[in-house]
Design a protein around this ligand. Structure first.
Ligand code: ADP
Ligand code: LRH
Length: 496
């Protein structure tokens, strides 16, 4: 065929969206054009002591997205869902969802990194998982449930990671997709198979885990009930690179090798693509992860706290009646005094929700810096600190892989913050190539196209992105000032 239509659902920790992709081939030249058709908030819900995802709201919004696609006259033949990492739902033996999935920022995992490191050994666990020790990793969530003697674990038959769960709720078919599976810390990076021995040692029931499939697996069509409810044909689900980060990496329009990218959204994921994981002690000490990617790759990346810090400040300013849009915050930051105060974004105090402005202020006070007060000062502090953190991560990657990168590819919603892109170029002293914004949704579409035989492989997919979407170039400025700021940053930000 010379035309195809795909539907992508990309669910981030702040919003979910549905996009239509129209692929055409004219005179041997393929093109992809993308239209956003639906966007919805993804707000978690506190119930008692626990923070949950509103999973049925998400199912409903995905159904709305499918309905809207057909109502607007599109005829997608396939759809794919990608989401944030690590979270999951449990099914009972009749196939029903047991309770509401926990949000990865639920406090139940507090203290478990230390406990499990003591039981297994930090180096041993790293060698067996290749992952940065993040409090939200699935392993800690399950260990928390084991510790709490959760009746849900006893009743559970199958664990489905969020995107697999959503596809199951729409099609009835269970699947376990590789890129999400690698965010659990329970998949062995060398054998690329479930680490049953580790599960046994932690009393995590291994019966819950399905065999792992590679991105691109064709799943069932929408169930008859869903088709009837929505009045749509039975379009087929494809298990794409279901982890949003990995979908975004597919859509990085890089042609050079190796390249370094930054997926910039709620989190900042900065990394480089490899064929195999890098399981050295240095990787562990520098707090980098090896996460499974599309096309059999492993992504060596650092999970940086990201724009979450600004998102939280904005949420509290909004709640306090000082409604400031992101463009307004960026404009105020631009006017604020440069390099007045810096934070180490990955200090764990910035991880949980609430009181973010005060935490930033406390950090600045403890490190003997002026205390930022206004939204402009606080936003500037966050953006400069993130840019400097990105430089540190790029330099660590270069050391670890003996690579040398000419510039940084930035994708994701955060690149709408042009000040952050410029700061990043300045901090690096190298160009930043920014685009596309909707990388996760586009990567989701690309894996559907690969699965349908319309696109060959990753290099082909990335060429399609480069040919179809604009990229903005940010050239480094003020080298000396940023060099000096970097030295200040390093002295303040001791590795957390
Ligand atoms: P996620 O997929 O994790 O939900 P996104 O990739 O959508 O996140 O990125 C969300 C972030 O992008 C927000 O936290 C915000 O900082 C930034 N952002 C979104 N829109 C704008 C804008 N118009 N100007 C500047 N920054 C923006
Ligand atoms: C980004 C992301 C990231 C982490 C976090 C939980 O949306 O997927 O890679 O895994 O969410």
């Amino acid at each position: 065929p010379d035309k195809a239509t795909v539907l992508a659902f990309d669910l981030g920790a702040s919003t979910g969206r549905a996009l239509i992709g129209e692929w055409t081939e004219e005179g041997g030249k393929p093109k992809l054009s993308v239209t956003e058709i639906h966007r919805f908030p993804n707000d978690p819900v506190w119930v008692g002591k626990h923070l949950h995802w509103n999973i049925l709201h998400l199912v409903q919004e995905i159904k709305n997205g499918i309905r809207i696609a057909f109502k607007q006259g599109y005829n997608p033949e396939t759809f794919g869902i990608d989401t944030w990492g690590v979270d999951f739902g449990l099914l009972d033996r009749s196939g029903e969802l047991l309770g509401n999935p926990y949000h990865y920022r639920d406090p139940q995992t507090e203290g478990l990194i230390e406990e499990i490191n003591a039981a297994i050994g930090q180096e041993e666990l790293f060698a067996q998982s290749g992952l940065q020790f993040m409090p939200f990793n699935t392993i800690y969530q399950l260990a928390a449930m084991v510790k709490a003697n959760s009746p849900k674990l006893d009743a559970a038959e199958t664990l489905l990671l969020t995107p697999d769960l959503l596809v199951y709720l729409l099609t009835g078919q269970r699947n376990c997709e590789f890129t999400m599976a690698t965010t659990t810390q329970l998949l062995h990076p060398e054998s690329r198979a479930w680490n049953v021995e580790l599960m046994d040692r932690l009393q995590i029931p291994s019966r819950l885990f399905l065999p792992v499939s590679q991105p691109g697996e064709q799943i069932a069509p929408l169930s008859a009930e869903v088709c009837r409810e929505l009045g749509v044909p039975p379009i087929r689900a494809i298990a794409v690179a279901t982890h949003d980060t990995e979908s975004a990496v597919v859509a990085v329009p890089a042609s050079e090798e190796p390249f370094v990218y930054l997926v910039c959204g709620t989190w900042s994921l900065l990394g480089t693509e490899r064929e195999e994981p890098l399981l050295t002690v240095e990787t562990m000490q520098n707090a980098f992860s090896n996460e499974g990617g599309a096309g059999g790759t492993y992504q060596l990346l650092k999970n940086i706290m990201g724009l979450w810090i600004l998102q939280e400040c904005k949420r509290e300013w909004d709640a306090g009646g000082m409604s400031l849009s992101y463009p307004e915050l960026v404009a105020r930051a631009e006017e604020a005094e440069p390099f007045r105060s810096l934070i180490h974004p990955d200090d764990l105090r910035f991880y949980s929700a609430g009181g973010m402005k005060e935490r930033i202020q406390a950090y600045c006070m403890e490190s003997g810096q002026p205390i930022p007060q206004t939204p402009g000062e606080i936003t500037r502090c966050i953006l400069e600190s993130l840019a400097l953190r990105y430089r540190q991560a790029v330099e660590q990657l270069e050391e670890m892989t003996s690579a040398s990168f000419k510039g940084l590819h930035m994708v994701g919603g955060g690149i709408q913050n042009r000040l952050l892109c410029q700061f990043t170029a300045n901090a690096l002293g190298r160009p930043v190539w920014a685009g596309p914004v909707e990388a996760s949704a586009i990567g989701n579409m690309l894996v559907q196209l690969i699965s349908r035989g319309l696109c060959k492989n990753l290099p082909d997919a990335r060429k399609l992105v480069a040919d179809s979407f604009d990229v903005s170039v940010f050239k480094p400025e003020q080298k000396e000032r940023w060099e000096q700021a970097y030295r200040t940053y390093l002295s303040i930000a001791k590795e957390a």
